[in-house]
Ligand binder design. Structure first.
Ligand SMILES: NC(=O)c1ccc[n+]([C@@H]2O[C@H](COP(=O)([O-])OP(=O)(O)OC[C@H]3O[C@@H](n4cnc5c(N)ncnc54)[C@H](OP(=O)(O)O)[C@@H]3O)[C@@H](O)[C@H]2O)c1
Length: 278
C-alpha cells in the first residue's frame, strides 16, 4: 500500500529520496541501514534469505515511518538470487540507492575452512556485490543519479589472523569500489565505500568462535553508531567512510602510498637488488 512520505530535511538526494535496496537487511548493520533510510523517507526493498525477519522489519518500517517497505527474499550466494535483485535494479526507476551490505565471515585457517564456506563467502562478498554494483551503476548512469554504498571492512587493509578468505574478500571490495569511484567521476552518480571496524552483530556468531567476546569493549562499536557515522560520511560527501578511524590522515597516507606503489611498480628493468638484466 502506498503511504505518503514524511516531510524531512535530511535526504540523500535533493528532492524525493526514492527507493533504497538494502541487502542483508534481516540483521546487524543492514537492519539499521533500513531503519535509518526509512527515517529519511526512503521506500525500502529489504533483501536477505530469512523471510520472517524481513516481513517483521518491513511491517515495523511501514508503521513507524509511513514508507513503503517490500521484502525480496534472495540467496545472494546463488546466481538466481542475485538475478532477482539485478532485475529489480534494471526495471525499477524509483531505485536511487543500493547498499551492498550482505556478507559473512569465517574465523578459520584456510586449511580448516570447508570448500563450501570458501565458495559461499566469495560468491556473496565478491560476486554478488560485483554483479549488483554493475546493475546499479548501469541504471544510475542512464539517469545520471543514484548512490551505491559498498560495505567493505577494516579487515581489508591488512591480513588479520584467522580470516584469510574474509579479509581478502574485503580487500577486493576496497579496490573494486575505489575503481568504481574513478568510473563515475564527473557524473552525478555517487559511490561510497564504508569500512567498519569491529561492530556488534550476529555476524560474529556466523563467523564462529567467541572472537567478539575476546575483543575489548573499547574497540567494538554498536551497529547504530556504525551506520549513523556511515550516513554522516555520505552526507559529507566522503568517498571512503571508516566509522571508527579517528585519525583520518592515516587513510590519506595509505591512499597516497598505494598510489605511489602503483606508479612505481611498472618498469622494464629488474630492480637493482636482483643483480639481473641488462
Ligand atoms: N560486524 C562486524 O564487525 C563487521 C565489520 C566490518 C564489516 N562488516 C560487514 O558488514 C556487513 C554486514 O554484516 P553484519 O555484521 O551486520 O552481519 P550479520 O548481522 O550477520 O548480517 C548479515 C546479513 O547478510 C545476510 N546474508 C547472509 N548470507 C546471505 C545470502 N547468502 N544471501 C542474502 N543475504 C545474506 C543475512 O541475512 P540472512 O541470513 O537472512 O540471509 C544478514 O541480513 C557484512 O558485509 C560484513 O562483512 C561487519
Amino acid at each position: 500500500m502506498t503511504q505518503p512520505r514524511p516531510a524531512t530535511s535530511d535526504l540523500t538526494s535533493a528532492s524525493i529520496p526514492g527507493t533504497a535496496i538494502v541487502t542483508g537487511a534481516s540483521s546487524g548493520i543492514g537492519r539499521v541501514y533500513a531503519e535509518r533510510l526509512a527515517a529519511r523517507g526512503h521506500d525500502l526493498i529489504l533483501v536477505a534469505r530469512r523471510r520472517d525477519r524481513l516481513e517483521e522489519l518491513a511491517g515495523d518500517l511501514r508503521a513507524r515511518f509511513s514508507v513503503n517497505a517490500e521484502v525480496l527474499v534472495a540467496d545472494l550466494s546463488t546466481q538466481e538470487g542475485v538475478a532477482t535483485v539485478e532485475r529489480r535494479l534494471a526495471t525499477d526507476a524509483s531505485v536511487s540507492l543500493l547498499v551492498n551490505n550482505a556478507g559473512f565471515s569465517a574465523l578459520k585457517l584456510l586449511t580448516e575452512t570447508p570448500d563450501e564456506t570458501i565458495g559461499g563467502m566469495i560468491a556473496l562478498n565478491i560476486t554478488a556485490l560485483t554483479v549488483l554494483s554493475k546493475a546499479a551503476l548501469t541504471a544510475f548512469r542512464q539517469r545520471d543519479a543514484g548512490t551505491l554504498v559498498n560495505i567493505g571492512s577494516g579487515a581489508g587493509f591488512s591480513p588479520y589472523p584467522g580470516i584469510p578468505v574474509y579479509g581478502a574478500t574485503k580487500a577486493y571490495v576496497f579496490l573494486f569500489t575505489r575503481a568504481l569511484q574513478q568510473e563515475v567521476a564527473g557524473t552525478a552518480v555517487r559511490v561510497q565505500l564504508v569500512l567498519p571496524g569491529a561492530v556488534i552483530s550476529e555476524g560474529w556468531e556466523v563467523a564462529g568462535g567467541d572472537a567478539l567476546e575476546a575483543l575489548p569493549d573499547s574497540i567494538v562499536m554498536t551497529t547504530e553508531d556504525c551506520v549513523d557515522a556511515a550516513l554522516a560520511g555520505l552526507d559529507q560527501g566522503e568517498p571512503i567512510t571508516a566509522p571508527s578511524l579517528h585519525d583520518a590522515s592515516l587513510l590519506e597516507e595509505f591512499l597516497g602510498l598505494s598510489g605511489r606503489m602503483l606508479e612505481s611498480v611498472f618498469d622494464a628493468r629488474p630492480a637493482g637488488r636482483y643483480g639481473v638484466g641488462g
